[in-house]
Design a protein around this ligand. Structure first.
Ligand SMILES: *[C@@H]1O[C@H](CO)[C@@H](O)[C@H](O)[C@H]1NC(C)=O
Ligand SMILES: *[C@@H]1O[C@H](CO)[C@@H](O)[C@H](O)[C@H]1NC(C)=O
Ligand SMILES: *[C@@H]1O[C@H](CO)[C@@H](O)[C@H](O)[C@H]1NC(C)=O
Ligand SMILES: *[C@@H]1O[C@H](CO)[C@@H](O)[C@H](O)[C@H]1NC(C)=O
Ligand SMILES: *[C@@H]1O[C@H](CO)[C@@H](O)[C@H](O)[C@H]1NC(C)=O
Ligand SMILES: *[C@@H]1O[C@H](CO)[C@@H](O)[C@H](O)[C@H]1NC(C)=O
Length: 338
């Protein structure tokens, strides 16, 4: 098997790592006739403070305003909008998974009145590993997640960073007034959408497949923002195809299992609680990327072998009866809204 990898330090570590799992039981699947798919991503009234157990190795949004303030633009200003994309990983894993485009996405803004420009992105507070896999702690029965993600807005666009092997393209213009409205929306979105979700879960790769769960990550933030910009009345267009990384799991209809209290707080659920802990046991969020990738390889093999995945979504667990092709990382077109 030919494994070659190359990485650059970046946020939104949208990687193969995410391909991790492991599995234990094959629990029975009950039929859920009434569930609507995809399961809606849960919004919260406000963002809670993070647990002190979660300690960021790299500070989140170091050059952004500490209170997340976004500068006010004059109504008459003309703000250019840039599509920003940069590779995070280039990864080859034999013929099994092919070559991936694992990209990080962001949006740039530039004021024609002040000449100042800004970058806006959404990413993990404690890096990708912590958003994809929980910690198993001796003193807590339930796996412990450090999975918050948030928006970061800061002054400057590092042209070189985005342009080199990535994308820096102007895709539209908006008025200062539209920008100020967008800023309010971003702050609200940031306050209510608080955790990162790596996986998109679908029934199969076909066009008419059912999506069971949508991811919630840097590129989803970018798509939401583009839709909002369009809704505010600005036009966006790109000269080239606008492709994004998606990380898929494929499974039959998921089964709802419960939340931390119902699974880990009741002795009658002990078997399931143990299975979930064991599932995540090999996937403690590693500090080293190499370690992480190695366990990822193991994980892929295990999912193929055991056909089980325990997904954590909206702070609840679901059982996924995994099926071929199990996992895929795609780089597919999502057109700008028009
Ligand atoms: C992941 O979370 C653990 C537990 O808080 C922390 O020690 C570690 O630094 C975090 N990893 C990164 C890369 O931030
Ligand atoms: C989003 O929330 C995070 C975490 O509270 C905060 O650090 C950041 O400044 C906020 N960003 C915006 C643009 O409001
Ligand atoms: C952003 O501003 C910096 C500093 O003025 C400049 O070097 C860079 O080219 C600008 N980038 C864009 C995309 O406007
Ligand atoms: C861009 O691609 C070239 C050629 O593959 C490579 O040498 C260079 O390191 C890449 N730059 C970045 C920032 O990844
Ligand atoms: C998808 O569903 C539509 C409407 O039910 C149908 O017309 C179309 O042929 C289906 N496409 C595929 C690829 O199955
Ligand atoms: C971009 O997406 C389209 C359609 O989803 C695909 O055909 C194309 O190969 C992708 N481009 C790259 C560079 O992967």
């Amino acid at each position: 098997m030919n494994t070659g990898l190359k990485m650059s330090p970046a946020r939104c570590f949208y990687s193969l790592l995410q391909i991790c799992f492991l599995a234990l039981i094959s629990s029975d699947q009950s039929v859920y006739g009434t569930q609507d798919w995809p399961v809606p991503y849960k919004r919260f009234d406000r963002r809670p403070v993070t647990d002190p157990y979660c300690q960021a190795l790299y500070p989140f949004c170091p050059t952004g305003d500490p209170d997340g303030r976004i500068p006010y633009m004059r109504d008459s200003d003309v703000i250019s909008v840039f599509r920003l994309q940069t590779p995070v990983w280039e990864f080859k894993y034999g013929d099994l998974l092919g070559k991936f485009h694992i990209m990080h996405d962001a949006i740039g803004f530039s004021s024609s009145e002040t000449g100042r420009n800004y970058t806006m992105e959404w990413y993990e507070l404690f890096q990708l590993g912590n958003c994809t896999f929980p910690h198993l702690r001796k003193d807590t029965a339930a796996p412990f997640w450090c999975n918050q993600g948030a928006a970061c807005f800061y002054e400057g666009i590092d042209d070189e960073h985005w342009r080199q092997n990535g994308t820096l393209e102007k895709v539209g213009e908006m008025s200062g007034e539209q920008f100020n409205n967008l800023a309010r929306w971003v702050q609200e979105d940031n306050e209510t959408g608080i955790y990162y979700e790596t996986w998109t879960v679908r029934s199969d790769p076909g066009l008419n497949s059912t999506t069971w769960f949508e991811s919630y990550d840097c590129s989803q933030f970018v798509h939401r923002t583009y839709r909002k910009i369009k809704e505010l009345g600005a036009k966006l267009s790109s000269r080239s195809q606008t492709n994004y990384t998606k990380i898929y799991l494929y499974s039959g209809e998921p089964t709802y299992l419960g939340d931390d209290d119902s699974i880990f707080g009741q002795s009658s659920m002990k078997a399931l609680a143990t299975d979930i802990r064991e599932f995540y046991h090999s996937f403690q969020p590693h500090q080293s990327m190499i370690q992480f990738i190695l366990s990822l390889m193991e994980a892929y093999k295990k999912v193929v072998l055991e056909k089980t995945f325990y997904l954590y979504y909206n702070f609840e667990y679901w059982h996924l009866p995994m099926k071929a092709p199990y996992i895929q990382i795609t780089y597919e077109e999502v057109p700008l809204p028009h």
